[in-house]
Write a protein that binds this ligand. Sequence first.
Ligand code: B12
Length: 333
Amino acid sequence: MTNSSEQDFDSEPISDNTERPESVPSSGAGAGVTGIGIGAIAQEIGLTKDTLRVWERRYGFPQPMRSSGGERLYPQEQVTKLRLVKRLLDAGHRPSKVLAQPVDILQHLAESSGVGQDAPDAELDHLISLLRTSAFDEFRFFLLKRATRDGLERFVLDVAAPLSARVGNAWAAGTLQVYHEHLFSEAIQSTLRALIRPLADAVRARSGRPRVLLTTLSGEGHGLGILMAEAMFTLAECDCIQLGLQTPLHDIVDAVAAHHIDIVALSFTAVLPAQSIANGLGDLRNLLPPHVRIWVGGSSPALRRKLNDGVHNIAGLNPIDDTVAEWRQSAML
Ligand code: B12
């Protein structure tokens, strides 16, 4: 676990105003210097610009080059190491222990602590190889067959969730490309929606409660987690309203009022910096009536830290059923 003092330290504001972030170029600006600007790196890796500057000053890494205008430019090999560093931090390693290490030591550390390692599963390996060889019809066919055979809950827990992690690991290792990820997401989404739909209609016809609104906040472009959560909420007989990705806060508030929502469920991967998540959740909590619960889930390490009052983290998909049962009990009091 990353401890809280480390976190405070990472987000320490720095009075380093040598850059004009908006004008940082995304490739080399002069004198043959090439690299990626600090804003682009921070966004891609899920760190703040301040964190990158603090690391540079305190740990000596990253060590960007400078454009002719004095702006930081990060060469590709530093970007690759930063990605690995971020994944190790997400897994609970501390900046002071990883930043100064060379890449090969970090790779060993990742292997020994299971970061990026897939549990053995021949059928999931087969699905990944279908994606890799662009056999998309076969890929969709196997998903549908498995979903039909196993049912919604087992498909979510045994296929969709672990396959997402595998696809992410394969992308990070460079063995799947971004378009594979898009095709994968599309196939999982259409399979899940086809399975959820008839049950969701039946739950609505019975006026199922609680009514759960599902979405992600701005900057969180990953939608499979919240869709899997929708499947589990529907199986727990909740009436779900899925708003899709990146809903502005005032639209969430309007939808809550219009649909008499009891619970807002949000999903976070590690792409959004912890501070953005805390700010977004704090603002949303202030905007929503107190009786509307905010439940969050997903792999973001920010959710393992202390959350804003009135925000509840559900650790995974399995506990959804019990958490909903507790809500029903408290609603009956
Ligand atoms: C598919 C995918 C994409 C697709 C998304 C398409 C879509 N419409 O969703 C595309 C190609 C667009 C994409 C883009 C990017 N991606 Co991407 N992506 C993925 C992948 C493979 C799955 C995404 C996903 O939805 N995950 C979310 C769910 C499935 O996983 P989870 O967070 O672990 O949550 C689990 C539970 O906690 C629970 N859960 C989730 N939400 C909730 C909510 C509630 C209420 C509850 C109860 C439970 C719950 O369900 C999950 C079941 O296991 C992941 C790999 C992974 N391991 O997740 C990478 C991953 C998330 N992506 C990553 C990255 C880096 C990116 C990009 C920055 C790449 C880039 N250079 O542009 C962008 C950022 C986009 C953005 N602004 O958000 C990294 C993030 C790493 C990090 N430390 O930041 C990952 C982890 C890949 C990796 N191994 O490095 N990505």
